[in-house]
Design a protein around this ligand. Structure first.
Ligand code: CTP
Ligand code: MG
Length: 390
């Protein structure tokens, strides 16, 4: 039977300009913020992917001349992306982007800050919808706090009416010919706050559509940390070693007097092995055997402290810091209580955590099973990790 259902509506075709020629001075960092990792990929890639998925073609990415390599890597494989040389101010960068679209002369253009990675499709839909009756459309949010006008001497000079004020975001949508001419003839401040101000000066009617808190501009180094805190991780580890006569007993890097000790390839510190595996688990980087294979003679009798220290270093390289450790040692004997404090000190020295972030607990298994019969000691650990840098 023929398909008689309505064809899906044709998506509106539009071009996009993503300005990314800033230096990101307030965020600091080794490279401009738009090329730093943010929630698993380069900051700029987030909004450029969304614009590509929304049907934008082309997507002109406006760049400082020395960042072409960074941009090519950050945006590899996204269709429709083209690069344009930026200007000294944001306004000049946008003007360059608009100039570069002259030949294609699209009907509609969206202008967006690369520094606003989280771009909801719903905002794009509202902007394009409002453009049919206006020269421009911008996403705005209400001001929720009351406002004060600051005087130069640091005292309050009066209050502003928040009811008529709005916070302005990007992307901003325009009819191409009108915004091109407004930017070309811009004679205001060298750095216009945003493109709507440029058009407003020419008298264009600009619709205010509902913005979205997710469009927040990443500006300061803390903004990266806040984003990464969502990337909180946990890892768990478990280990068992056999108790035999004639061996030393090491737990958490502390030698404990006992009539038996743990047997194993290294010093068999079952507690440190559990913590090490928890750290490796948290960063998804194999386990203790992957990094220190028992078949490798160099680890015979090795101090397990170096395994944990290495795991902490790997976590740091992966961008994570330990938050806390919770360890349970499972054995009938020896008693752990008298050694707890020196064990916490030792683990603190290996990990850099303060002792109050290191919990060492012990339990028996009521004489049941291999631990109950004193044949071995088991240990299990959980660690938390959080991202430490952009
Ligand atoms: N931008 C640009 N060209 C400039 C200045 C800024 O394309 N000459 C872009 C930035 O890359 C950013 C957006 O405009 O995507 C908003 O600017 P802002 O958040 O101020 O970024 P930076 O100027 O890079 O940061 P800072 O002001 O802290 O140096
Ligand atoms: Mg700036």
């Amino acid at each position: 039977m023929a398909d008689t259902s309505n064809p899906s509506p044709q998506p509106v075709s539009f071009a996009a300009i993503v300005v990314a020629a800033g230096k990101g001075l307030r965020a600091g960092g080794e490279r401009p913020k738009q090329f730093c990792e943010w929630r698993g990929k380069p900051l700029i890639r987030h909004s450029v992917e969304t614009l590509a998925d929304a049907g934008s073609n082309p997507i002109l990415v406006v760049l400082a001349s020395d960042t072409q390599d960074l941009a090519e890597r950050a945006l590899a494989g996204i269709e429709g992306v083209k690069f344009v040389q930026g200007g000294r101010t944001r306004q000049q960068s946008v003007a360059n982007g608009l100039e570069a679209l002259r030949e294609q002369a699209p009907q509609t253009v969206l202008i967006h800050d690369a520094a606003r990675p989280d771009l909801p499709q719903s905002v794009i839909d509202r902007l394009l919808g409002a453009l049919s009756a206006h020269s421009g459309a911008i996403p705005v949010l209400p001001v929720v706090d009351s406002l004060a006008i600051a005087q130069e001497d640091g005292t309050m000079g009066g209050k502003a009416e928040r009811e008529v004020l709005r916070r302005v975001q990007t992307p901003q949508a325009f009819r191409y010919a009108e915004i091109l001419s407004a930017h070309k003839n811009w004679a205001g401040e060298p750095d216009a706050g945003d493109d709507a101000q440029v058009l407003a000066q020419k008298g264009g009617a600009i619709a205010l559509v509902q913005g979205d808190e997710r469009l927040k501009k990443v500006t300061f180094a803390e903004d990266f940390v806040t984003a990464q805190q969502a990337q909180f991780r946990i890892g768990q580890g478990f280990d068992v070693h056999r108790l035999i006569e004639g061996e030393e007993l090491w737990l958490c890097g502390v030698q404990i007097p006992h009539d038996k000790g743990l047997s194993g390839h290294s010093d068999a510190d079952v507690a440190l092995h559990a913590i090490t595996d928890a750290v490796l688990g948290g960063i998804g980087d194999g386990d203790i055997g992957t990094h220190f294979p028992p078949s490798d003679p160099q680890w015979r009798g090795a101090r397990s402290a170096q395994f944990l220290e290495h795991a902490v270093k790997l976590a740091d390289e992966a961008g994570y810091a330990l938050g806390n450790i919770d360890l349970t040692i499972i054995c009938e004997a020896p008693k752990i209580g008298p050694h707890r404090s020196s064990m916490r000190e030792a683990v603190s020295a290996m990990t850099g955590l303060s002792t109050d972030a290191i919990s060492i607990k012990a339990t028996t298994t009521e004489r049941l099973g291999f631990t109950g019969r004193g044949e071995g000691i088991a240990a299990q650990a959980i660690v938390s990790l959080s991202a430490i840098r952009p």
